[in-house]
Design a protein around this ligand. Structure first.
Ligand SMILES: Cc1cc2nc3c(=O)[nH]c(=O)nc-3n(C[C@H](O)[C@H](O)[C@H](O)COP(=O)(O)OP(=O)(O)OC[C@H]3O[C@@H](n4cnc5c(N)ncnc54)[C@H](O)[C@@H]3O)c2cc1C
Length: 447
């Protein structure tokens, strides 16, 4: 693909903008202990959130990461904080049963209620741990990609307000400039109960809180095998072995051969982001007057926002489902951004990066215990709130000797319906093209 270098600012960096404020590193890292009560694999939001709750419950906890702390999705994401889960959007249909055997309607209501609890949990955590991470609760606007999608959003507003008191309002196309300086959408949905955060400052705050709670933290420590059973696990790592009573797998989109049963039920998808140079104040204000995060309804979706200070745009999306070099994704994302905002055609890119999210076939996140190992996984691209919350729920389950009040516990976790699938999604380019075709068809029907 031809790269137009004029799109790139002279200070362009192919790495996350967020790392300028807090780069994933090894601060607080120590040697692997011989023994710990709880061993957590993965130092993103879910691993650290679980660790904090367990330490507060009196357990000795060790968190390890194969990379620097937080170098997975938790310092790479868009920082949108929402109560969103994609109920009913998965290819396997509606959720299966959970451990409590609730009927379908009760289960769905409880899953939704807990997604709102997840959103509230982030705010509580930020406040409790006094984390300075530009957390702003300014809401979210979901743009309708077609007329039919707008009709769906009108129904959704009623549903969200009735079941979750989400304070959602459908905004018709004629009025959408109150939310976004663009004619691209066929109206949309404004949701007040949503926010945005600086992802890597949030992560740093959690890491510092773990350090204050005397949690053992080991960076650049890859777990290569897990033997044993509850009460007596041996974790083999490239830095030596560690004995543990309980283990939590918190590896989400970076899940690999260590836990093949989990890996085979997850599809890792690349999500890519660019950041622009600073814009004139009046232009930035015109783009998103209420400072909300923006998402949209097509299958191949984009998510975007203004950065703290409200002068630069962060634009994210699935330029490609598989990982591509940052210069390539930057070029594609710049095109997608200017489809929505033609007024940004001469605005240059300062940062471009990507990371992996874990998709599930029922489009739901999952927590459970398998072969004795606790896990939470499957963020489906929306895990700032949900994975932080589920990490906490896994920890509470351990502290309560296996009991949990969460509706997410052991919800049936379907596999990927591709013969011999082993975590390597060769089919993504085909699926990506098919979804793009369906999106174009939906859009044409509105013309
Ligand atoms: C580009 C991008 C944009 C996103 N935007 C948003 C957004 O705007 N809003 C939102 O809600 N969500 C968003 N997400 C999703 C969100 O970032 C994730 O759901 C969340 O960070 C997951 O946290 P986690 O702790 O579960 O996993 P991660 O943060 O991915 O951490 C998993 C860790 O496990 C480690 N690991 C894996 N295997 C091993 C092993 N064998 N040994 C040791 N360590 C191991 C990895 O190194 C990694 O650090 C986005 C994600 C990406 C990539």
């Amino acid at each position: 693909m031809k790269i137009d270098r004029s799109l790139f600012h002279p200070d362009y960096k192919p790495e996350p903008f967020w790392w300028e404020a807090a780069r994933p590193g090894t601060a607080h890292s120590t040697d692997l202990p011989d023994k710990t009560e709880i061993f957590i694999v993965g130092s993103g939001y879910s691993g650290l959130s679980a660790a904090l709750e367990l330490a507060r419950g009196g357990k000795s906890v060790t968190v390890v990461d194969a990379l620097a702390f937080g170098e997975g999705a938790s310092t790479r994401n868009g920082g949108g904080v929402s109560a969103g889960i994609n109920l009913g959007k998965g290819i396997s249909g509606t959720p299966g049963q959970n451990a409590r055997g609730e009927d379908h309607k009760t289960l769905v209501t409880n899953l939704l209620r807990e997604s709102l609890a997840a959103y509230e949990f982030v705010g509580e955590l930020v406040e409790r741990e006094n984390i300075d991470c530009h957390y702003e609760r300014r809401g979210r606007f979901v743009g309708a990609y077609s007329k039919a999608h707008y009709a769906g959003l009108v129904e959704k507003a009623e549903f969200l307000n009735h079941h979750l008191q989400m304070d959602a309002t459908a905004i018709p196309r004629e009025a959408q400039k109150t939310e976004i300086g663009s004619d691209f959408y066929h109206g949309g949905l404004a949701i007040n109960r949503a926010g945005k955060i600086h992802p890597s400052l949030f992560h740093k705050g959690l890491l510092d809180a773990c350090h204050r709670e005397n949690i053992t933290l080991c960076a650049h420590t890859k777990v290569t095998a897990i033997d044993g059973k509850v009460g007596n696990f041996t974790l083999k790592t490239d830095k030596g072995n560690c004995q543990a009573e309980q283990v939590i797998i918190a590896t989400n989109g970076y899940t690999g051969a260590l836990t093949p049963k989990l890996r085979n039920r997850l599809v890792p998808i690349s999500s890519q982001i660019i950041v622009t140079e600073e814009l004139p104040e009046d232009l930035a204000l015109e783009l998103i007057p209420n400072g909300r995060t923006i998402s949209e309804t097509p299958r191949v979706t984009s998510y975007y926002r203004l950065l703290p200070g409200d002068r630069r745009v962060m634009y994210g999306g699935r330029a490609r489902f598989q990982d591509v070099p940052p210069d390539v994704s930057a070029t594609l994302l710049h095109g997608m951004m200017t489809d929505r905002w033609p007024q940004l055609k001469d605005v240059r890119i300062t940062h471009s990066w990507s990371g992996f999210v874990a998709m599930t076939t029922d489009a739901l996140p999952h927590m459970g215990q398998e072969d004795g190992l606790h896990y939470c996984t499957g963020c489906n691209g929306s895990g700032v709130a949900m994975m932080t919350y589920l990490g906490n729920q896994v920890a509470r389950r351990i502290l309560q000797n296996g009991h949990s009040d969460s509706a997410y516990v052991d919800v049936e976790f379907p596999g990927v319906p591709v013969p011999l699938y082993r975590g390597s999604p060769w089919f993504l380019p085909i699926v990506g093209e098919y979804y793009r075709y369906l999106d174009r068809k939906d859009r044409r029907a509105s013309a």
